[in-house]
Design a protein around this ligand. Structure first.
Ligand code: G6P
Length: 597
């Protein structure tokens, strides 16, 4: 949540800060701002998206050789200009990602000392506390250090000082922060993606680290104040990886990248010579696992549900799946030496990270399926099974989801000791998906969905989580109410919602459950529901008399249907949102990386 950027240079930094912020807008877009040191602190802040900041900067240009920028996902305080970052006093300006848990106590203390607050945010205590220490006679470095000692919660912070136009300070506790190395220029950002066009030489602050950054150097200190080295690596992210190319939206580009990203993910684990899966090396034997807890949020949670079906069916290992925000609270019973598997695209989701820590405290082996390999969840894990989807920018997850499914398929096959046939089905999946992408029926059906107030998705077996994911995709980007329901559960209540205004999207591959789902389709049709059927040639023919529209899919083995059948859902959601004129890559109220609980 929230994206932060900082640059210290010999030249004006405002344009570069702005363009780096555009690559972080997926983290939030409620308000934006930039501050620089130019004599004193100077800043521009706006409500809403970065484009508003662009307009503001045109009207009132800003110039300085050290600066910080922010794009916000609101937690404390409305998304209005006075709550927008950077938060400043005359002496210091601060950008912050995360939550300061003891802000109320600090605010009262500072108010008692006579300091005035102008926002409703938790963040504002940071610049005011730094100012208090500066007013007490401390130098910027010491004032920053003392302030950190007083803050509780999770945060990433960048700060600039009116008295020192060559200094950029940074600190990390819980929320990620990357430092980029340039020529006569140094950078700071919430992630390496933001810095991709500026620098690929990146180091990551570890928890409780803080850094003193100037034009040609970066000194990093750990919690005890000891100077430490953090490895400088090549981020490997090219500027082009975060461009839309010829696609209208990142989401559409990412949907179309799936044949490649699935193939790349599979290649990382597939040994074509011996036709088997090689999992990443671990200190324990993952194939001896007797029970697994899968934990994740959002789309990643739905991939976990499919993972459960696959692992239980293929390897016979019992699996429980939880949403991360509830995992700790239900107080799960852990088995000694059990395994908890976290799934996260960003690797920073606060609920998932908290679930990981809870499992660790209970002596579980920790495995994670993550897309960002430098993330907190990756770092805390005993083994990571990376998804090689590349940067995913669209807030609605698509290619990360199919890469997660690929990892689960690979894991289930390995746990089942490489049963014959399944690997070849996975190898064939990318070309089947390429075929599905070229069907030209999606826009016409999306026009029907765009007129609905409510849409229901049903499926059975692994198509049930796919129905849940389809409904989530539609609601998050088109704002149409949508519900995913197990096809058999429809009659226990939700069928009351069905009438001729309610489209029902049916995920019905030609698997062992088809006949049962077909009966549910007839129940829907008998109540006037508009059936949008996603099935193979035979399924479409069998249900032709009760189908309003059909999406004919290639014939695929049941194992890979979740991978193949999620694609038409993604395209339906995309074109529905497009028909409604919605903001597809940045849907309202959402953020891609959710670092608050
Ligand atoms: C947010 C995003 C979802 C995502 C979820 C989990 O809510 O909007 O698209 O599925 O977080 O994110 P993660 O990075 O942990 O997979």
């Amino acid at each position: 949540m929230c994206g932060i950027v900082g640059i210290v240079s010999k030249k004006n930094v405002v344009e570069k800060i702005y363009s780096s912020l555009t690559r972080l807008e997926y983290r939030g877009y409620d308000s934006a701002g930039i501050a620089v040191v130019a004599g004193g602190i100077d800043r521009r802040r706006v409500e809403g998206k970065l484009s508003n900041l662009h307009a503001e900067l045109k009207k009132k240009p800003l110039k300085g050789t050290v600066g910080i920028g922010h794009t916000r996902w609101a937690t404390h305080g409305l998304p209005v200009t006075k709550n927008a970052h950077p938060h400043s006093t005359k002496r210091v300006s601060v950008v912050h990602n995360g939550i300061i848990e003891n802000f109320s106590e600090l605010r009262h203390e500072l108010e008692r000392k006579g300091y005035k607050f102008t926002s409703q945010t938790d963040t504002e205590v940071i610049p005011i506390l730094i100012t208090y220490y500066l007013d007490e006679g401390e130098k910027p470095f010491k004032a920053f250090q003392k302030t950190l000692g007083r803050l509780e919660g999770a945060f990433a912070i960048g700060a600039i000082f009116a008295d020192d136009p060559k200094l950029l300070m940074a600190a990390r506790k819980g929320s990620p922060l990357a430092i980029g190395y340039g020529k006569d220029e140094m950078y700071l950002a919430s992630d390496a993606i933001a810095l991709a066009p500026l620098s690929q030489k990146i180091s990551y602050l570890e928890d409780d680290d803080y850094a003193k950054i100037s034009i040609n150097s970066c000194e990093i200190f750990d919690k005890s104040g000891k100077k430490v080295e953090r490895i400088v690596k090549n981020s490997g992210i090219s500027g082009g990886a975060v461009e839309k190319g010829h696609f209208k939206h990142f989401m559409l580009k990412e949907i179309h990248e799936q044949p490649t990203t699935i193939a790349e993910t599979l290649t990382a684990y597939y040994d074509p010579v011996h036709h088997k899966i090689n999992l990443p090396k671990a200190k324990f034997d993952i194939t001896k696992t007797r029970r697994i807890n899968i934990v994740a949020c959002g789309t990643s949670y739905y991939s976990g549900m499919i993972g459960k079906y696959w692992i239980e069916q293929l390897a016979g290992i019992p699996v429980e799946v939880d949403i991360a925000s509830e995992f700790r609270y239900r107080k799960p019973v852990f088995e000694r030496g059990g395994l908890t598997l976290l799934i996260s695209q960003s690797g920073e989701t606060a609920d998932t990270l908290a679930a990981l820590k809870h499992a660790k405290e209970n002596k579980q082996h920790i495995v994670s399926i993550v897309n960002v390999q430098q993330s907190s969840i990756a770092r805390e894990s005993d083994i990571i099974i990376p998804t090689l989807a590349g940067p995913e920018i669209g807030v609605a997850s698509t290619k990360a989801f199919s890469a997660q499914l690929t990892c689960f398929a690979v894991l289930a096959i390995a746990l089942a000791k490489n049963p014959p046939g399944l690997l070849q089905q996975l190898v064939d999946t990318p070309s089947i998906i390429a075929e599905v992408l070229h069907n030209d029926c999606y826009e016409e059906i999306a026009d029907i969905l765009a007129k609905a107030q409510s849409v229901i998705y049903i499926g059975r077996g692994t198509s049930y989580p796919i129905a849940l994911e389809g409904a989530l995709k539609l609601k998050e980007i088109s704002y149409i109410h949508a519900e995913g329901i197990g096809a058999g559960e429809l009659k226990h209540g939700p069928i009351a919602l069905i009438d001729k205004k309610v489209p029902v999207v049916v995920i019905a591959p030609g698997d062992e459950y088809f006949t049962k789902t077909a009966s549910n389709v007839r129940e829907v049709a008998a109540r006037g529901g508009k059936v949008i059927l996603i099935s193979d040639k035979k399924g479409c023919k069998d249900l032709k008399d009760v189908t309003y529209r059909a999406i004919e899919m290639p014939n695929v083995p049941s194992f890979i249907t979740p991978l193949v059948y999620s694609v038409p859902e993604q395209l339906l959601a995309y074109y529905t949102a497009l028909a409604k004129g919605a903001d597809i890559d940045q849907p309202r109220n959402l953020a891609k990386s959710v670092t608050v609980e």
